[in-house]
Design a protein around this ligand. Structure first.
Ligand code: NAD
Length: 499
């Protein structure tokens, strides 16, 4: 069995804490590697290396920094198959989905190639007699990111690409469930020309995370993961004076109005509900058809599609719609929640319980489930299941449907299916959710827009990627300059104002 490592100062480094976590192949249930869990000293060492490397990197002009990212994009394309295979082997998602994971990260790297433009400051000439005023965006120094298991390529790239484009160094603490791809990405960055020490990958669990949060040198922390951990990281990071942005869990509703194309809506729900085994923060987990007739039609369309879903290992290639979930614990949690739904009286229209795949009996596969007549008081409605389980909540009218999404504690993504432009406009304007799809089931914004939810799906203000990322990873400095000299008139004691 392979022992994985950290990536510090441009080299793979073995862990020295003596603590490890098992990394599984979710399709077979076998432990395929051990990942070292860093202690405080290992983290402090990585931070010191990052601190030493950062000023020199910040002094490289933005165009040259962008060229490193340009070369990195080329290497991502070159190694796409290798990255996707390593990703699927540890995560379990299908190969096309793993390539999508790399691709959606790569697109943010492409956006960050615009750093010279994005980092340009503002300038006002003649703000007063002989006075010019300008603002510049300067890097923070050493920055850090803590990422979830479900997008082990995309989310690290969403963080480190803007961070290093802005001239920071970056410490990545990836998920301990699928840590191989982040190390491969760091190596590709170095091959692309990134100086040693600008990116470090330090594997670990809560001990490593706490070492980040309490480290005085680290200036900012980005986090993506579940809401309880997001809240914890936000509070502790902010209490320690850091700039912190945390993105949490989700329960995304899709509203289907009676005038929607039911085939389109059903197809959308299948992809958005069951793709990646439902392990996406933008998965649709609640369908809200408006009116009994709409609900009946939708269920009628959904059932055969769900029953036809092909579940299997990524090695089966194009024959598979979704793979296993990430761990035995994730599978057990999904099964427990399904049971709670049955006991609470929801109608299990497609029953995926007891699913087993010949030859992969020990894999963490979960069959697809569809619940009808789910109500607000049920645990399956309130909690994020993060599995291939779709709940239908029947609403009598549009107001009740939008009210459901508005009242839910999460506000990451949502969608409406309709042919009525007026209803769609009203929905987009009123809904208290960060990312909205109109006849688009998974409205993940493209790299040049920003990504972020509302309510308990987010802690902090700025979003991920797009222009917000360049704000998050820089500080503004504003200079007021008077040349050659305006101070010969003597001191002024009242605040300068524009008369
Ligand atoms: P998680 O919260 O268990 O782990 C995320 C990270 O936090 C990992 O790096 C992990 O090592 C670390 N961590 C775990 N427990 C910790 C603790 N007690 N103290 C400190 N650090 C800890 O999340 P996950 O299971 O890896 O990912 C799934 C979750 O992430 C889901 O809730 C999903 O909705 C969410 N997610 C959100 C977004 C978004 O943009 N809003 C995107 C992807 C995933």
């Amino acid at each position: 069995m392979e022992d994985l490592c950290h990536y510090i100062n441009g080299a793979r480094v073995a862990g020295s804490s003596g603590r490890f976590a098992d990394v599984y192949n979710p399709a077979t249930g076998e432990v395929q590697a051990r990942v070292p869990l860093a202690n405080g000293e290992e983290m402090a060492h990585a931070v010191a290396v990052a601190q030493a490397a950062q000023p020199k990197w910040a002094a490289v002009n933005p165009q040259r920094r962008a060229r490193v990212l340009m070369a990195f994009v080329g290497l991502l394309h070159r190694d796409m198959d290798k990255l996707a295979e390593a990703l699927s082997r540890e995560h379990g998602k299908t190969l096309p989905d793993a390539k999508g994971d790399v691709q959606r990260g790569l697109e943010v790297v492409e956006y960050c190639i615009g750093a010279p433009e994005l980092l340009k400051g503002d300038y006002t000439t003649d703000a007063g007699p002989g006075i010019d005023m300008y603002s510049m965006r300067q890097p923070l120094g050493v920055t850090a990111g803590i990422t979830p298991f479900n997008f082990p390529a995309m989310i690290p790239m969403w963080m480190f690409a803007p961070a290093i484009a802005c001239g920071n160094s970056f410490i990545l603490k990836p998920s301990e469930r699928d840590p191989s791809v982040p190390i491969m990405l760091a190596e590709l960055l170095e091959e692309a020309g990134l100086p040693k020490g600008v990116i470090q990958v330090v594997n670990g669990d809560k001990t490593a995370v706490d070492a980040i949060l309490d480290n005085e040198i680290i200036q900012s922390v980005g986090f993506v993961g579940s809401t309880p951990i997001a809240a914890y990281i936000y509070e502790r990071g902010c209490a320690n004076g850091k700039r912190v942005q945390c993105f949490g869990g989700a329960k995304n509703h899709m509203i289907i109005l009676p005038d929607a194309d039911m085939d389109q809506a059903a197809d959308a729900l299948i992809g958005a509900g069951y793709g990646a085994a439902g392990e996406r923060c933008m998965a649709i987990s609640v369908a809200v058809p408006v009116g009994e007739e709409t609900a009946d039609k939708l269920i009628e369309k959904l059932v055969p599609r769900i029953e036809a879903l092909k579940v299997g290992p990524y090695t089966s290639g194009a024959d598979v719609d979704y793979g296993p979930v990430v761990t035995a614990a994730a599978k057990a949690n999904i099964e427990r929640l399904v049971q709670s739904g049955v006991e609470a009286g929801a109608e299990l229209v497609v029953d995926g319980r007891g699913f087993s795949l010949q030859g992969y009996e020990d894999g963490f596969f979960v069959g697809p489930h569809l619940f009808d007549r789910v109500t607000k008081d049920m645990e399956i409605y309130q909690k994020e299941i993060f599995g291939p389980v779709l709940s239908v909540v029947r609403a009598q009218n549009y107001e009740e449907a939008i009210g459901l999404a508005m009242d839910h504690e999460y506000g990451n993504g949502t969608a409406i299916y309709t042919r009525d432009g007026d209803a769609a406009r009203d929905f987009a304007a009123r809904i208290n959710v960060g990312m909205v799809g109109i006849n688009v089931p998974i409205p993940v914004p493209l790299a040049y827009h920003t990504f972020g939810g509302w309510k308990k799906s987010v802690f902090g203000d700025l979003n991920q990627h797009g222009p917000d990322a360049f704000k998050f990873y820089t500080r503004t400095k504003t200079v007021t300059a008077r040349w050659p000299s305006g101070i010969k008139d003597g001191a002024a004691f009242s605040i300068p104002v524009m008369e």
